[in-house]
Design a binder for this molecule. Structure first.
Ligand code: T1G
Length: 657
């Protein structure tokens, strides 16, 4: 087995190369190899300086997260970073790709940092429920200042090479031959006295205590139950007031405590579950079909969102609507989304204009003939969708994949009328489709493997987290969401009020509660579905207890924010509990013969989570989801389940093992 660290001495420089695919994670073997390289640098008299680089697509992207469940093995990363810093000879780090976590801390132990164009640098540990544990909270403020360091460490967001150069995080962006520039920099540093590391610098002063306190308060407010960001802020504060050695010790203590915390275990569970979800052994040797052109039928919210996602990923899109006016509306919807992404800095002007240049909209289905994959995003009506698939089959080529964006309908039934139903899959995007990461890849009973592989390939091209599902009413996420929505509405009838349920869910870590969310999405869609179900359409479960409160709201014209009133009243945009709704709820309890009682937050969450687990178990038993981990990924990425609780099954202590 090739050692993951190699060294070579030439012209007075020790070149150290890390080669530990896929992301050069700092495994125990890599750390041992780097410590040996450091000893070599100290011992070899002909070595005047060191250049540290990495092979493959990225410099070190972090500590090896897979090692965190076992006791740490020597050399520990903080010791390695300190040893490099105290080599007595300069180390220059040559950075590329995504330099994250322990990778950036390793670079901070070096005496200069050069980055190739396009490099991203960050300390995302808080996203794993951790803080930088190898000196990052002490060295970074000494390099870029207290506030920029606080932002990078508590936010966990990477910066690009230009931003890094601006703050002094890196010394330069290479312009020519990166290795030659790094070697030159190393020799230039070799001339002077033994270089001092960042740790030797005085801690930066806080220019304005008021600004600093506000920044700390912002971190605490945004944390919403998460421990790591608050601990990260405290570690940075330590770095400013304690001697460096004491600050390093304090950082390590906080890091070790967090590493064993339930929140970090949950976040690491989600990290690996998201990556496992897209792995489908049955597709291991299956080549996806080419994906050069995408067709989309429907220019409403979903159609425009999917089009924007494809265009921003560099895929040309042809959108078709029923007539010219609707096609123009679809194009306008798409443009609005792209302008919004530009305004938020998600894409730059050139990407925005490139996306628009790749877009065409019209009302002629034959324009989709050259498409490699066509997604229907029309009204949630089985007959309309089935008829459209048949019309599409007559228009597109024999190898074109047909996909439905339906959120709950039976796609097997939808494709029954096709000559080749094996070409059909479901691609269930979540609104807004160009923002939400989750994509349910619905594998129909007759889908051919290369068709499924093509659907997964599109999801990956769009940067989605792809979770496979089988056909079943509501697939994974909507099926489970319906279950805990029913549980919430039953609690209303039993005695709770919308604001109490929403408060309990927010306290649990949701960004918004069930009823706030329904008012945001609109109550009319679910109402139409319930009436369709009541009309007896096949394929859905008949709940043993039917609560009619939401129907009464819709009958009163209360469809949520868009109608100015739903579960709440909206005075100047703020949700206000409405006595009219309380009256509708208590009348429903009376009709059901229920004596209302107080329901506390603990019972509210118990019943919500219980409904999720019960529905999740059913989805597993029916083979619609493969694993509890997949369900956790769906609920975290599509339905707002707090990421730092790991998903409903992880939170309930249920794993697939
Ligand atoms: N450790 C172990 N495995 C990792 C890993 C890591 N840090 N990062 C990625 N992998 C695996 C991943 O599981 C997948 O495996 C493969 O690499 C490709 O990943 C001490 C404590 C770097 C932006 O948080 O953000 O340093 O599925 O599919 O989309 O203070 O991976 O192929 O078997 O995500 O191109 C801090 C986490 C760690 C970065 C690349 N670092 N990684 O994205 O590929 S804590 C991070 C990422 C730390 C120090 C602290 C992304 C990426 P498999 P991928 P990608």
């Amino acid at each position: 087995m090739k050692h993951p660290v190699s060294t070579e001495i030439s012209d007075g420089i020790l070149s150290v190369t890390i080669d530990n695919p896929p992301v050069n994670a700092l495994s125990a073997a890599v750390r041992a190899g780097l410590m040996a390289a450091r000893e070599q640098a100290v011992a070899a008299r002909q070595v005047r300086a060191v250049v540290l680089a990495a092979a493959g697509r990225t410099f070190v992207a972090g500590a090896d997260i897979r090692e965190f469940n076992a006791p740490p093995s020597p050399p520990l990363l903080p010791e390695l970073v300190a040893a490099i810093e105290e080599t007595g000879k300069p180390w220059v780090a040559l950075l590329h790709g995504t330099v994250l976590g322990g990778g950036l801390e390793l670079a901070l132990g070096c005496h200069a940092r050069l980055a190739r164009p396009g490099t991203a640098l960050g300390l995302p540990e808080v996203r794993l429920g951790l803080i930088p544990g190898a000196g990052g909270t002490v060295r970074l403020p000494r390099l870029i200042g207290a506030l920029p360091a606080l932002e990078m460490i508590t936010g966990g967001r990477p910066v690009n090479a230009e931003q890094a150069q601006e703050t002094g995080l890196i010394d330069a962006i290479t312009t020519g031959d990166p290795m030659a520039e790094a070697r030159a920099r190393a020799l230039a540093l070799a001339g002077a006295a033994p270089p001092k590391g960042l740790i030797a610098r005085a801690a930066p002063e806080i220019d304005d205590a008021g600004v600093w306190d506000k920044a700390l308060a912002r971190v605490a407010a945004k944390a919403r139950g998460q421990i790591a960001p608050v601990e990260a802020a405290a570690a940075v504060a330590d770095a400013l007031r304690l001697p460096a050695g004491a600050a390093l010790a304090a950082e390590r203590q906080r890091f070790m405590a967090l590493k064993d915390s339930p929140q970090s275990a949950a976040l690491r569970h989600v990290f690996f579950a998201e990556r496992a979800a897209g792995k489908m052994p049955e597709l291991a040797d299956v080549r996806p079909r080419p994906l050069q052109r995408i067709g989309i039928v429907g220019g409403g919210t979903m159609g425009a969102g999917i089009a924007a996602a494809c265009l921003m990923a560099g895929l040309p899109v042809t959108m078709v609507e029923r007539d010219g006016a609707l096609a123009r509306r679809g194009a306008k919807n798409l443009r609005t989304l792209l302008d919004g992404s530009l305004g938020r800095g998600v894409i730059d002007r050139s990407a925005h204009d490139r996306a628009l240049a790749g877009f065409a909209a019209g009302d002629d289905l034959t324009a989709l003939a050259p498409s490699d994959l066509v997604i229907e995003a029309i009204v949630e009506d089985m007959e309309e969708k089935a008829a459209l698939l048949s019309r599409l089959e007559a228009v597109v080529g024999p190898d074109t994949v047909l996909a439905s964006n339906t959120s709950y309908l039976d796609i097997d039934q939808m494709s029954d009328g096709l000559a080749d139903p094996g070409r059909v899959i479901g691609l269930h995007f979540f609104s807004p489709a160009h923002v939400m990461k989750l994509l349910e890849l619905v594998i129909t009973a007759r889908a051919r493997d290369d068709v499924v592989a093509t659907g997964r390939a599109l999801g990956r091209l769009l940067g989605k987290i792809v979770v496979p599902a089988r056909v079943g009413h509501g697939f994974i996420g909507n099926r489970i969401m319906s279950a805990y929505r029913r549980a919430c509405e039953a609690m209303l009838q039993d005695g709770a009020l919308p604001a109490e349920i929403d408060a309990a869910m927010r306290d649990y870590g949701y960004a918004m509660g069930m009823f706030e969310m329904q008012d945001m999405a609109g109550l009319d869609i679910a109402w139409a579905m319930r009436r369709a179900q009541a009309a007896g359409s096949a394929g859905q479960e008949t709940p043993e207890r039917y609560v009619d409160i939401a129907d009464r709201l819709c009958e009163a014209g209360r469809f949520g924010r868009k109608s100015g009133a739903g579960w709440y009243r909206y005075d100047d945009g703020h949700a206000v509990p409405d006595p009219e709704v309380s009256a509708i709820i208590t009348a429903s309890s009376a009709r059901a013969g229920i004596t209302r009682r107080r329901i506390g937050a603990e019972e509210i969450m118990e019943r919500c989570l219980g409904a999720m687990i019960e529905a999740g178990r059913a989805v597993l038993a029916e083979g619609i989801a493969r694993s509890a981990a997949d369900i956790d990924v769906v609920m975290v990425n599509g339905f707002g389940f707090p990421r730092w609780r790991g998903g409903p099954f992880h939170a309930a202590g249920i794993s697939d093992g």
